[in-house]
Design a protein around this ligand. Sequence first.
Ligand code: SAH
Length: 196
Amino acid sequence: VETQIRARGVRDPRVLAAMAKVPRHLFVPEDLRARAYADEPLPIGEGQTISQPYIVAYMTEALGLKGGERVLEIGTGSGYQAAVLAELAARVYTVEVIPELSAASENLLSGRLGYRNVHFRVGRGQEGWPEFAPYDRILLTAAPAVFPASLFAQLNEGGMALAPVGAGEQRLVRFRKQDGIIRSDELIGVIFVPLV
Ligand code: SAH
């Protein structure tokens, strides 16, 4: 947290505390545990990856969570980002297309770690999770070529969506919904697996 995250400019004390609290080593395969806190993404099986710690912290800070939000995450993966979000928001709804990854994450978060505010769904993230919409924040952790516009309908007024966007080069793009209008700005360059 000090050398990889705080030193690079992430300052929100709640984000730093959440990053210090969530046991990242439980989210990576056992044979990679020694590298769990290294400054790099790691494979989590099924051809997918858990993001570099700094990127998780950066995106979480960019969401500006105050504690009362309902958050939709697309791309559950290992469940690590979902756990960090669960520390900082009221409820997390997370959608994953690979059933095995969703099930393993649910076991870890709802079972071993005891999170009661994270809800899991297997499905295509492009469809979101209409049943529990609208969300105050929507976070994609897999990259579409173009942001799926249908998700904007599930975003609350005054809400924010954050996503890696791009087919080749990707940028992290922040979308804000104000008076029904979506405005976007680009943050940093990133590398995520594609949204399929
Ligand atoms: N947030 C994760 C890392 C995400 S890796 C973590 O903290 O570990 C990206 C994930 O998005 C992968 O698990 C991949 O299977 C999933 N994914 C890819 N396309 C998807 C889609 N269309 N809908 C839902 N999930 C998708």
